[in-house]
Design a protein around this ligand. Structure first.
Ligand SMILES: *Cc1c(COP(=O)(O)O)cnc(C)c1O
Length: 359
Protein backbone atom coordinates (compact mmCIF):
# COMPACT_ATOMS: atom_id res chain seq x y z
CA UNK A 1 0.00 0.00 0.00
CA UNK A 2 1.29 3.44 -0.89
CA UNK A 3 1.28 5.70 2.12
CA UNK A 4 0.17 9.23 1.36
CA UNK A 5 2.23 12.00 2.89
CA UNK A 6 -0.64 14.41 2.42
CA UNK A 7 -2.46 14.01 5.67
CA UNK A 8 -5.16 16.61 6.15
CA UNK A 9 -4.00 19.51 8.34
CA UNK A 10 -0.65 17.81 8.66
CA UNK A 11 1.37 19.33 11.45
CA UNK A 12 4.56 20.71 9.91
CA UNK A 13 7.66 22.13 11.52
CA UNK A 14 8.63 25.77 11.67
CA UNK A 15 11.15 25.68 8.80
CA UNK A 16 8.59 24.35 6.34
CA UNK A 17 5.83 26.59 7.66
CA UNK A 18 7.82 29.82 7.64
CA UNK A 19 10.45 29.07 4.99
CA UNK A 20 9.89 32.32 3.10
CA UNK A 21 10.99 34.24 6.21
CA UNK A 22 13.95 32.01 7.06
CA UNK A 23 17.44 31.66 5.52
CA UNK A 24 16.68 28.42 3.65
CA UNK A 25 16.54 27.42 -0.02
CA UNK A 26 14.99 24.50 -1.90
CA UNK A 27 18.27 22.68 -1.32
CA UNK A 28 18.23 22.94 2.47
CA UNK A 29 17.57 19.49 3.92
CA UNK A 30 14.95 20.05 6.60
CA UNK A 31 15.66 18.19 9.82
CA UNK A 32 12.40 18.46 11.72
CA UNK A 33 10.38 16.86 14.48
CA UNK A 34 7.32 18.96 13.63
CA UNK A 35 8.24 21.50 16.28
CA UNK A 36 6.38 24.77 16.83
CA UNK A 37 2.66 25.37 16.44
CA UNK A 38 2.44 25.35 20.23
CA UNK A 39 -0.78 26.38 22.00
CA UNK A 40 -1.49 29.93 23.07
CA UNK A 41 -3.46 29.34 26.23
CA UNK A 42 -5.66 32.08 27.69
CA UNK A 43 -5.13 32.28 31.44
CA UNK A 44 -8.30 32.17 33.50
CA UNK A 45 -6.76 32.28 36.94
CA UNK A 46 -4.08 34.93 36.72
CA UNK A 47 -6.13 38.02 35.72
CA UNK A 48 -8.77 36.97 38.27
CA UNK A 49 -6.14 36.66 40.98
CA UNK A 50 -4.59 40.00 40.02
CA UNK A 51 -8.07 41.61 39.71
CA UNK A 52 -6.89 42.99 36.43
CA UNK A 53 -8.81 43.48 33.20
CA UNK A 54 -6.18 42.13 30.82
CA UNK A 55 -5.84 39.02 28.71
CA UNK A 56 -2.82 36.91 29.57
CA UNK A 57 -1.80 34.23 27.07
CA UNK A 58 0.69 31.49 27.83
CA UNK A 59 2.70 30.52 24.77
CA UNK A 60 3.33 27.00 26.02
CA UNK A 61 6.65 25.96 24.52
CA UNK A 62 6.84 22.95 26.83
CA UNK A 63 4.80 21.14 24.19
CA UNK A 64 7.58 21.13 21.63
CA UNK A 65 9.01 17.70 20.68
CA UNK A 66 11.77 17.76 23.31
CA UNK A 67 9.78 19.88 25.75
CA UNK A 68 11.24 23.35 25.26
CA UNK A 69 11.42 26.26 22.78
CA UNK A 70 14.99 25.24 21.95
CA UNK A 71 13.56 23.00 19.22
CA UNK A 72 12.57 26.02 17.11
CA UNK A 73 16.15 27.15 16.82
CA UNK A 74 17.62 23.68 16.69
CA UNK A 75 15.63 22.48 13.68
CA UNK A 76 17.12 25.33 11.63
CA UNK A 77 20.63 25.19 13.11
CA UNK A 78 20.90 21.45 12.45
CA UNK A 79 19.31 21.72 8.98
CA UNK A 80 21.90 24.37 8.04
CA UNK A 81 24.73 22.35 9.58
CA UNK A 82 23.68 19.41 7.41
CA UNK A 83 23.38 21.62 4.34
CA UNK A 84 26.92 22.85 4.94
CA UNK A 85 28.19 19.27 5.08
CA UNK A 86 28.57 19.05 8.85
CA UNK A 87 28.85 15.70 10.61
CA UNK A 88 28.90 16.77 14.23
CA UNK A 89 27.43 19.46 16.48
CA UNK A 90 28.37 20.72 19.92
CA UNK A 91 26.75 22.90 22.56
CA UNK A 92 27.10 24.12 26.10
CA UNK A 93 23.87 23.76 27.97
CA UNK A 94 21.89 24.31 31.13
CA UNK A 95 19.95 21.27 29.89
CA UNK A 96 17.36 22.05 27.27
CA UNK A 97 19.77 22.94 24.48
CA UNK A 98 21.51 19.61 24.96
CA UNK A 99 18.22 17.69 24.89
CA UNK A 100 17.18 19.44 21.70
CA UNK A 101 20.58 19.23 19.98
CA UNK A 102 20.79 15.53 20.77
CA UNK A 103 17.34 14.84 19.31
CA UNK A 104 17.90 16.68 16.03
CA UNK A 105 21.38 15.21 15.62
CA UNK A 106 20.01 11.72 16.09
CA UNK A 107 17.36 12.43 13.47
CA UNK A 108 19.94 13.12 10.77
CA UNK A 109 22.75 10.81 11.85
CA UNK A 110 25.07 13.47 13.21
CA UNK A 111 27.26 13.18 16.25
CA UNK A 112 26.30 15.39 19.16
CA UNK A 113 28.58 16.54 21.97
CA UNK A 114 27.16 18.43 24.90
CA UNK A 115 29.08 20.16 27.67
CA UNK A 116 27.17 20.74 30.86
CA UNK A 117 27.96 22.13 34.32
CA UNK A 118 28.43 19.10 36.55
CA UNK A 119 25.53 18.39 38.89
CA UNK A 120 23.50 21.40 37.77
CA UNK A 121 21.29 19.92 35.07
CA UNK A 122 17.67 18.99 35.76
CA UNK A 123 17.25 15.23 35.59
CA UNK A 124 14.70 15.17 32.77
CA UNK A 125 16.99 17.16 30.50
CA UNK A 126 20.04 15.07 31.21
CA UNK A 127 18.25 11.80 30.57
CA UNK A 128 17.03 13.15 27.23
CA UNK A 129 20.58 13.93 26.09
CA UNK A 130 21.62 10.38 26.97
CA UNK A 131 18.60 8.68 25.43
CA UNK A 132 18.89 10.61 22.16
CA UNK A 133 22.43 9.30 22.00
CA UNK A 134 24.59 12.34 22.70
CA UNK A 135 28.04 12.26 24.22
CA UNK A 136 27.63 14.13 27.49
CA UNK A 137 30.63 15.78 29.12
CA UNK A 138 30.24 17.34 32.57
CA UNK A 139 32.70 20.03 33.56
CA UNK A 140 33.51 21.29 37.02
CA UNK A 141 32.43 24.79 36.16
CA UNK A 142 29.30 26.72 35.26
CA UNK A 143 27.42 27.36 32.01
CA UNK A 144 29.53 30.38 31.14
CA UNK A 145 32.71 28.25 31.39
CA UNK A 146 31.09 25.57 29.24
CA UNK A 147 30.15 28.06 26.51
CA UNK A 148 33.70 29.41 26.34
CA UNK A 149 35.07 25.88 25.90
CA UNK A 150 32.56 25.05 23.19
CA UNK A 151 33.41 28.23 21.29
CA UNK A 152 37.11 27.39 21.44
CA UNK A 153 36.71 23.76 20.37
CA UNK A 154 34.28 24.46 17.50
CA UNK A 155 36.65 27.10 16.13
CA UNK A 156 39.48 24.59 15.97
CA UNK A 157 37.68 21.41 14.90
CA UNK A 158 35.08 20.52 12.23
CA UNK A 159 32.17 20.60 14.66
CA UNK A 160 29.27 23.04 14.33
CA UNK A 161 28.36 25.13 17.33
CA UNK A 162 24.60 25.12 17.99
CA UNK A 163 24.30 27.46 20.95
CA UNK A 164 22.25 30.60 20.35
CA UNK A 165 25.40 32.48 19.27
CA UNK A 166 24.71 30.51 16.08
CA UNK A 167 22.48 32.99 14.19
CA UNK A 168 20.28 30.19 12.81
CA UNK A 169 19.09 29.47 16.34
CA UNK A 170 17.77 33.04 16.67
CA UNK A 171 16.23 32.86 13.19
CA UNK A 172 14.31 29.71 14.09
CA UNK A 173 13.20 31.01 17.46
CA UNK A 174 11.72 34.20 16.01
CA UNK A 175 8.87 32.04 14.68
CA UNK A 176 7.41 32.09 18.19
CA UNK A 177 6.36 35.70 17.52
CA UNK A 178 5.02 34.78 14.10
CA UNK A 179 2.73 32.16 15.61
CA UNK A 180 1.40 34.55 18.24
CA UNK A 181 0.54 37.17 15.63
CA UNK A 182 -0.92 34.56 13.26
CA UNK A 183 -3.23 33.48 16.05
CA UNK A 184 -4.16 36.82 17.66
CA UNK A 185 -4.32 38.77 14.41
CA UNK A 186 -1.84 41.29 15.80
CA UNK A 187 0.98 41.47 18.31
CA UNK A 188 0.04 41.72 22.00
CA UNK A 189 0.77 44.98 23.81
CA UNK A 190 3.28 43.22 26.10
CA UNK A 191 5.46 40.15 25.82
CA UNK A 192 6.99 38.65 28.97
CA UNK A 193 9.85 36.17 28.72
CA UNK A 194 12.54 34.69 30.96
CA UNK A 195 16.10 35.74 30.15
CA UNK A 196 19.12 33.44 30.49
CA UNK A 197 21.59 33.64 27.64
CA UNK A 198 19.16 36.20 26.13
CA UNK A 199 18.84 34.50 22.74
CA UNK A 200 15.10 34.07 22.99
CA UNK A 201 14.19 37.65 23.88
CA UNK A 202 16.43 38.71 20.98
CA UNK A 203 14.67 36.25 18.67
CA UNK A 204 11.12 37.21 19.67
CA UNK A 205 11.86 40.88 19.19
CA UNK A 206 13.32 40.17 15.73
CA UNK A 207 10.20 38.19 14.84
CA UNK A 208 7.85 40.94 15.99
CA UNK A 209 9.74 43.58 14.00
CA UNK A 210 9.82 41.45 10.85
CA UNK A 211 6.11 40.69 10.92
CA UNK A 212 5.35 44.38 11.38
CA UNK A 213 7.49 45.20 8.34
CA UNK A 214 5.68 42.53 6.35
CA UNK A 215 2.38 44.16 7.24
CA UNK A 216 1.23 41.15 9.26
CA UNK A 217 0.79 43.19 12.44
CA UNK A 218 0.12 46.79 13.35
CA UNK A 219 1.76 47.16 16.73
CA UNK A 220 4.94 46.08 18.48
CA UNK A 221 4.83 44.75 22.03
CA UNK A 222 6.83 46.10 24.92
CA UNK A 223 9.36 43.36 25.67
CA UNK A 224 9.51 42.41 29.35
CA UNK A 225 12.49 40.23 30.23
CA UNK A 226 12.96 38.59 33.61
CA UNK A 227 16.09 37.22 35.24
CA UNK A 228 16.39 35.47 38.56
CA UNK A 229 17.62 37.77 41.29
CA UNK A 230 20.74 35.70 42.01
CA UNK A 231 21.51 35.52 38.31
CA UNK A 232 20.65 38.96 36.97
CA UNK A 233 23.66 40.35 35.11
CA UNK A 234 21.62 42.50 32.72
CA UNK A 235 19.61 44.07 35.55
CA UNK A 236 22.79 44.76 37.51
CA UNK A 237 24.72 45.92 34.49
CA UNK A 238 27.66 43.57 35.00
CA UNK A 239 28.42 39.86 34.69
CA UNK A 240 27.70 37.67 37.72
CA UNK A 241 30.60 35.36 38.49
CA UNK A 242 28.66 32.77 40.48
CA UNK A 243 25.02 32.93 39.45
CA UNK A 244 22.55 31.28 41.82
CA UNK A 245 18.91 30.36 41.31
CA UNK A 246 16.60 27.37 41.44
CA UNK A 247 15.65 28.21 37.84
CA UNK A 248 18.59 26.33 36.36
CA UNK A 249 17.73 27.18 32.72
CA UNK A 250 18.40 30.87 33.37
CA UNK A 251 21.35 30.41 35.68
CA UNK A 252 23.73 32.32 33.41
CA UNK A 253 26.09 35.03 34.59
CA UNK A 254 27.30 36.48 31.29
CA UNK A 255 24.64 36.21 28.56
CA UNK A 256 25.91 35.81 24.99
CA UNK A 257 23.07 37.90 23.55
CA UNK A 258 23.35 40.68 26.12
CA UNK A 259 23.25 43.36 23.41
CA UNK A 260 20.23 41.78 21.76
CA UNK A 261 18.36 41.87 25.06
CA UNK A 262 19.18 45.55 25.57
CA UNK A 263 18.00 46.37 22.04
CA UNK A 264 14.76 44.48 22.60
CA UNK A 265 14.20 46.35 25.85
CA UNK A 266 15.11 49.81 24.59
CA UNK A 267 13.62 49.70 21.10
CA UNK A 268 10.33 48.33 22.43
CA UNK A 269 10.12 50.64 25.45
CA UNK A 270 10.01 47.60 27.71
CA UNK A 271 12.16 46.56 30.64
CA UNK A 272 14.35 43.83 32.07
CA UNK A 273 13.81 43.16 35.75
CA UNK A 274 14.55 40.43 38.25
CA UNK A 275 12.36 38.17 40.39
CA UNK A 276 13.33 36.21 43.48
CA UNK A 277 13.41 32.41 43.70
CA UNK A 278 10.44 32.67 46.09
CA UNK A 279 8.44 34.61 43.52
CA UNK A 280 9.42 32.14 40.80
CA UNK A 281 8.39 29.20 42.96
CA UNK A 282 5.05 30.80 43.82
CA UNK A 283 4.27 31.50 40.15
CA UNK A 284 5.40 27.99 39.18
CA UNK A 285 2.92 26.47 41.59
CA UNK A 286 0.13 28.93 40.84
CA UNK A 287 -0.07 28.33 37.09
CA UNK A 288 0.02 24.56 37.57
CA UNK A 289 -2.42 24.42 40.50
CA UNK A 290 -4.83 27.14 39.26
CA UNK A 291 -4.44 27.20 35.50
CA UNK A 292 -3.49 23.59 34.69
CA UNK A 293 -0.25 24.55 32.98
CA UNK A 294 2.89 22.81 34.19
CA UNK A 295 6.05 24.60 33.17
CA UNK A 296 9.56 24.53 34.52
CA UNK A 297 10.84 27.04 37.10
CA UNK A 298 12.71 29.21 34.56
CA UNK A 299 9.49 29.65 32.59
CA UNK A 300 7.67 30.71 35.74
CA UNK A 301 10.12 33.61 36.11
CA UNK A 302 8.20 35.36 33.34
CA UNK A 303 4.91 34.78 35.17
CA UNK A 304 6.45 36.04 38.40
CA UNK A 305 7.56 39.12 36.51
CA UNK A 306 4.06 39.78 35.21
CA UNK A 307 2.69 39.47 38.76
CA UNK A 308 5.34 41.86 40.06
CA UNK A 309 4.58 44.48 37.41
CA UNK A 310 0.82 44.06 37.77
CA UNK A 311 1.12 44.90 41.48
CA UNK A 312 2.96 48.09 40.52
CA UNK A 313 0.05 49.06 38.25
CA UNK A 314 2.25 48.69 35.18
CA UNK A 315 -0.27 47.20 32.75
CA UNK A 316 -2.93 49.19 30.95
CA UNK A 317 -6.47 47.86 31.26
CA UNK A 318 -7.85 45.95 28.29
CA UNK A 319 -4.46 44.98 26.91
CA UNK A 320 -2.97 41.63 25.95
CA UNK A 321 0.09 40.09 27.54
CA UNK A 322 1.83 37.10 25.96
CA UNK A 323 4.05 35.06 28.27
CA UNK A 324 6.50 32.54 26.84
CA UNK A 325 6.45 29.42 29.02
CA UNK A 326 9.77 28.16 27.76
CA UNK A 327 9.83 24.55 28.96
CA UNK A 328 7.85 21.66 30.40
CA UNK A 329 7.48 21.10 34.12
CA UNK A 330 8.32 17.43 33.59
CA UNK A 331 11.92 18.41 32.94
CA UNK A 332 12.73 18.98 36.59
CA UNK A 333 11.16 16.23 38.73
CA UNK A 334 13.42 16.91 41.72
CA UNK A 335 12.17 20.47 42.02
CA UNK A 336 8.59 19.40 41.31
CA UNK A 337 8.70 16.95 44.21
CA UNK A 338 10.51 19.23 46.65
CA UNK A 339 7.34 20.54 48.31
CA UNK A 340 5.33 19.17 51.19
CA UNK A 341 3.02 17.02 49.08
CA UNK A 342 2.28 13.83 50.96
CA UNK A 343 0.99 10.62 49.51
CA UNK A 344 -0.67 8.30 51.98
CA UNK A 345 -0.31 4.58 51.45
CA UNK A 346 -3.34 2.78 52.90
CA UNK A 347 -5.31 -0.48 52.71
CA UNK A 348 -7.38 -0.90 49.53
CA UNK A 349 -10.58 0.04 51.29
CA UNK A 350 -13.24 2.48 50.02
CA UNK A 351 -14.26 3.65 53.50
CA UNK A 352 -10.69 4.49 54.38
CA UNK A 353 -10.27 6.48 51.16
CA UNK A 354 -13.49 8.40 51.74
CA UNK A 355 -12.39 9.19 55.27
CA UNK A 356 -8.99 10.34 54.04
CA UNK A 357 -10.34 12.74 51.41
CA UNK A 358 -13.00 13.94 53.80
CA UNK A 359 -16.07 13.89 51.55
C1 LIG B 1 17.09 28.20 27.42
C2 LIG B 1 15.98 28.45 28.34
C3 LIG B 1 15.69 29.73 28.84
C4 LIG B 1 16.54 30.92 28.55
O1 LIG B 1 16.50 31.31 27.20
P1 LIG B 1 17.67 32.22 26.64
O2 LIG B 1 17.46 32.27 25.18
O3 LIG B 1 18.95 31.55 27.02
O4 LIG B 1 17.54 33.56 27.30
C5 LIG B 1 14.58 29.89 29.63
N1 LIG B 1 13.80 28.84 29.96
C6 LIG B 1 14.05 27.61 29.51
C7 LIG B 1 13.16 26.49 29.91
C8 LIG B 1 15.14 27.37 28.69
O5 LIG B 1 15.39 26.13 28.26
Amino acid sequence: MKISRKILNRRIGIVERYQEYLPVTDKTPIVSLNEGNTPLILSEALPAYLKLNVRIYYKFEGLNPTGSFKDRGMTLAVSKALEEGGHAIMCASTGNTSASAAAYASRCGMKCYVIVPDGQIAKGKLLQAFRYGAKVIAIRGNFDDALKLVQKITQEYPIKLVNSVNPFRIEGQKTGSFEIIDELGDAPEYHAIPVGNAGNITAYWKGYKEYLQLGKSEILPKMLGFQAEGSAPIVRGEPVANPKTIASAIKIGNPASWKGALSARDESGGLIDSVTDEEITWAYRFIAEKDGVFSEPASAAAVAGVIKLARQGYFQEGTRIAVTLTGSGLKDPDFALSFDDRMESIEPDADKIVKLIGV
